[in-house]
Write a protein that binds this ligand. Structure first.
Ligand SMILES: [Zn+2]
Length: 262
């Protein structure tokens, strides 16, 4: 830059030139220079101020093609955990592939909702003269995991909605609920997440979500309470302000529970 001589034919003599303070970055191959891909991705999210808590979806940062590489990194890390727990993973036939099984299970199953983009929920217009005006209550089976202890959480979500201008396929409610739950969650947050994503997919403002679940962290450890059930409710719009709407929602849940006890 210091040796730069401007072309006198193109630039007036009084024109000043200063070097640009710019650095050129070249994308490294994953794992290059001894850096883990997971480290590089975490740094990228930190730089973007992107939150990556156990219950957050980070699919914008994790490409499908990165998955295998990340599973291999997690396998190595789980091997270290098993070693630290003094489990003979070389000779114990049942522990031999465990680190890899754990890594795959986290990425592809119990935390899949963090890495996969939102389910495609095509909306259909509900604006004809005889449009559906009533309440819809969908029951969705949930499998989740508490972010405190990584213990299983299992239960059901009842999603209530007053028909708005858009309708989505019935199975989409469950797909959205499961996408939200397959992460490390707190039940209170999960209930909020489902309500928010349903509102986003349907443009509806009247949405209610009731979740009841049993928590492995209360059943298998700690207080060892085997029949404890946790219930959470989020009420939006008319479900919150209109008592008869709220009552209809809970009456529907009771009918559903009589139909298929849960
Ligand atoms: Zn827990």
């Amino acid at each position: 830059m210091t040796n730069f001589v401007p072309d006198t034919l193109l630039t007036p003599p009084e024109q000043e030139f200063v070097p640009m303070e710019q650095t050129l970055y070249v994308k490294k191959a994953p794992g290059a220079a001894g850096k883990h891909l997971s480290t590089a991705l975490r740094e990228r999210m930190q730089a973007d101020n992107k939150r990556f808590w156990a219950g957050d979806n980070i699919s914008d940062y994790v490409a499908e093609s990165d998955r295998e590489h990340l599973i291999n990194e997690a396998t190595e890390a789980f091997e270290q955990v098993l070693d630290a727990l003094l489990i003979d993973r070389e000779n114990d036939p049942n522990s031999r592939g465990t680190a890899h099984r754990l890594a795959k299970m986290y990425y592809n199953e119990i935390m899949a909702g963090r890495y996969e983009p939102a389910p495609d929920a095509t909306a259909f217009p509900n604006d004809s003269a005889d449009r559906y005006e009533g309440m819809l209550v969908v029951r969705s089976e949930l499998r989740s995991m508490c972010s405190h202890h990584h213990q299983p959480v299992s239960g059901v979500a009842y999603i209530g909605i007053l028909a708005a201008n858009k309708l989505i396929g019935l199975s989409k409610y469950t797909r959205i609920a499961q996408w939200c739950s397959r992460r490390g969650t707190l039940q209170e947050e999960l209930c909020n997440d489902i309500a928010r994503e349903i509102m986003k997919a349907t443009d509806a403002k009247d949405v209610a979500v009731y979740v009841q679940a049993v928590h492995g962290c209360c059943e298998n450890r700690g207080i060892m309470a085997h029949s404890s059930l946790t219930q959470t409710t989020v009420l939006k719009g008319a479900f919150q302000t209109d008592q008869s709407t709220k009552k209809e929602f809970f009456d529907n849940i009771k009918l559903q529970q009589e139909f298929a006890p849960r």
